[in-house]
Design a protein. Structure first.
Length: 267
């Protein structure tokens, strides 16, 4: 069986630009879909309104600057723990043997980039049939003291190290558009991006509409570049339609953006 990594975006399961609010009904539907996946699974979830506003308030994404930030980090971790608990409760309810991993306990960064990750526990648990879940986190940083490492970066790192077949980034829009679909009703979905065509879309990608300290949609694509260049597939899709998960895994055509390797011509 192949390993599939699914990032459940904060914009999907929380109201990202409002007070912390968990969309339990939607998470129930996502869990129901995930319970039908036959491949090995590893999940990463975003922070949404449980993380980004606190991170911005205390400038946590800028690294250690003052003692005041220590309280902010503690608040952020408490908030994220509560979100993880609600997600895992929902998954277990649907028969998914999920095992939470605290990213900051097994990862070290330098300048907000992962440099040391103990992936062996993830590998062992996946091979036993468990479904590990972790999230973006405030992580010890060799250069900045601490930094925020996004769930997107973690998903790609684990996918590369554990030889995953596909990463699905679940968000609240159908994929990557040529302009912001939340502001422009005429925005067109970009169905396929390759490493060589990425440069043509960078200006239109921008960031998330809501408060996001982890670089939004452009961050997802750039994080994925190395994984895709080595043969992996990345799909950015709308998980507010949970049925998209099985449709994508079964190879059916759904509105989404696929980030795939460049085709090497036969010589």
């Amino acid at each position: 069986m192949s390993l599939i990594i699914i990032k459940i975006g904060g914009s999907v399961i929380t109201e990202k630009d409002k007070a912390p609010l968990f969309n339990r009904l939607l998470m129930e539907k996502i869990a129901e879909e995930l319970s039908n996946v036959e491949d090995k699974l590893l999940l990463v979830h975003g922070a949404g309104s449980f993380g980004h506003p606190i991170a911005k308030k205390y400038s946590i994404h800028e690294g250690y600057r003052s003692e005041e930030q220590l309280r902010g980090v503690a608040e952020l971790k408490q908030s994220m723990s509560s979100l993880t608990l609600m997600i895992t409760e929902t998954l277990i309810k649907h028969g998914i043997p999920v095992v939470p991993f605290l990213s900051s306990s097994c990862m070290v960064a330098e300048g907000s980039r992962l440099v040391n990750v103990d992936t062996e526990p993830f590998r062992l648990m996946v091979n036993l049939g468990f479904v590990p879940i972790c999230s973006g986190d405030v992580i010890a940083d060799l250069k900045w003291g601490f930094s925020i490492v996004s769930g997107d970066q973690i998903a790609v790192y684990l996918a590369t190290t554990l030889n995953a077949k596909t990463i699905i980034f679940g968000c609240d829009v159908d994929g990557v558009f040529d302009s912001d679909p939340k502001k422009n009703p005429e925005a067109k979905l970009i169905r396929t991006i390759t490493p060589s065509t990425l440069k043509y879309y960078e200006k239109s990608l921008g960031g998330s509409v809501a408060v996001d300290v982890t670089k939004g949609m452009l961050g997802k694509i750039k994080e994925s570049l190395s994984f895709v260049s080595h043969g992996g597939e990345v799909v950015i899709a709308n998980l507010k339609r949970p049925e998209n998960i099985m449709e994508i895994l079964h190879g059916r055509d759904v509105p989404c953006t696929r980030f795939i390797p460049d085709i090497t011509p036969n010589i």
